[in-house]
Ligand binder design. Structure first.
Ligand SMILES: [Zn+2]
Length: 415
């Protein structure tokens, strides 16, 4: 047996969130607890998960190994944020202040704010400044325990800038600890220069942008919502993505029932996201298509949508539920997966275990990275978060129990 070069032992509790992925239905309510647990790794991969006693019996530890005594602590998998728009230029925090004072998003957008303000700032930014502006956001996500995150383009809405964002994501992936999963979201909105001929923008997406994005992105996404992209347009765009080697995922039913769930099921998309307005029939549609429901309760909260996705219906009908933060410059105001879990528990009525599995294993499955990460299991990456005390402390908004973040067998952040 090769010896471990990294060891966490004596933990009060290890929550493995072990697969098989995804966990759905009643199985989602099991975070795989091991009391008195240990996790050992070598070269960044887990070689043992079990009790500290069994670890001491079976796993030799190298003399120069990095050893953490986790007495009084809980160990959970590194969080996987399945939906972010974390790479953008500019700042729209003032819009939050205006919305709180009663101004509508429509009036802010008409005055040059909203998503198009971010598009303008991102078009104007150099690739280097885009990377530099986004780096602190990723550092904050890391402090919040996120070790893998999906990041979308979608603030260019033209070939040059969309590719610039995807290259910035690739640079950030190489130069900070969080693993980034890139998604092409050229179909975030129709840009103003095509507003009077949206067909031309869709042709541009299909004929020009998607083929060029294919070398840089893994996923293709569409904002399928009334006033943005129709289900028929979404099908055309996502099929072009599939032809270019990009797996489909979709924004659906955030602002109203959009028909996006039918698109997701028809394409067997891995994930449909938001789903705030998904009907009972829509839940069945996702179940029949084998689609993951990636829920973003932080967005519903900050946008004051007044309702949340029907998470209990998804779990009741065996649709795997995953979580993301939807970190973005408009309404995605928190990068904390623990906050997403807290709202998921207290507004969408998940149990703690269901929320933790949603934030780890099922989020990894939503990104098709579950073979490599999302749980503490032998063979997977040694990505973990060490918490002070009872893991329920994760649900305390504004008070983080996170003491240490581990990525690929290296401590990358300590409190
Ligand atoms: Zn989004």
């Amino acid at each position: 047996v090769a010896s471990a070069d990294f060891l966490i032992h004596n933990a009060d509790l290890v929550l493995t969130c072990a697969g098989p992925a995804p966990r759905r239905g009643l199985d989602q309510n099991n975070a795989g607890p091991i009391a008195g647990g240990a996790v050992a790794a070598r070269d960044g991969r887990i070689v043992f998960v079990g009790t500290t006693e069994a670890c001491a019996r079976s796993i030799p530890v190298a003399a120069d190994a990095f050893v953490i005594d986790a007495a009084g602590r809980t160990v959970v998998p590194g969080f996987v944020d399945a939906h972010t728009h974390a790479v953008f230029a500019g700042d729209r925090r003032d819009e939050l202040r205006r919305r709180l004072a009663g101004e509508s998003y429509a009036s802010i957008a008409a005055a040059g704010g909203g998503i198009l303000a971010t598009v303008q700032a991102t078009r104007d930014a150099s690739e280097l400044s885009l990377v530099d502006e986004s780096r602190p956001r990723l550092a904050e996500m890391l402090r919040n325990g996120t070790t893998t995150a999906e990041v979308k383009s979608g603030y260019g809405l033209e070939t040059r800038t969309e590719l610039k964002i995807l290259r910035a994501i690739a640079t950030l992936d190489r130069t900070q600890p969080i693993d980034l999963v890139p998604t092409f979201l050229g179909a975030h909105e129709v840009p103003p220069e095509h507003a009077r001929n949206r067909r031309r923008y869709i042709d541009c997406l299909v004929d020009e942008m998607i083929p060029q994005a294919a070398g840089l992105a893994r996923w293709c996404d569409v904002f399928c919502e009334q006033g943005f992209f129709t289900p028929a347009e979404s099908l055309v765009i996502l099929r072009a993505g599939i032809d270019a080697g990009l797996q489909p995922r979709i924004h659906a039913d955030e602002l109203g029932p959009s028909g996006g769930v039918n698109v997701a099921a028809a394409l067997h998309a891995r994930s449909a996201d938001h789903l705030v307005h998904t009907t009972s029939a829509g839940v069945d549609t996702l179940a029949s298509g084998g689609v993951v429901a990636t829920l973003l309760p932080i967005a519903a909260f900050y946008l004051k949508l007044g309702r949340y996705a029907p998470a209990r219906d998804f779990i009741g009908r065996r649709v795997p539920v995953a979580l993301g933060t939807d970190l973005n410059p408009g309404g995605g105001f928190s990068s904390s997966m623990a906050s997403a879990m807290a709202i998921a528990c207290f507004a969408m009525h998940l149990t703690f275990d269901e929320a933790l599995v949603a934030a780890t294993l099922n989020a990894a499955y939503s990104l098709d990275r579950h073979e490599d990460l999302g749980s503490l299991e032998t063979g997977k990456l040694m990505d973990a978060v060490i918490l002070n005390g009872d893991p329920i402390g994760l649900l305390r908004l504004g008070s983080s129990p996170i003491e240490m973040v581990v990525k690929r067998g290296r401590v990358v952040w300590t409190s």
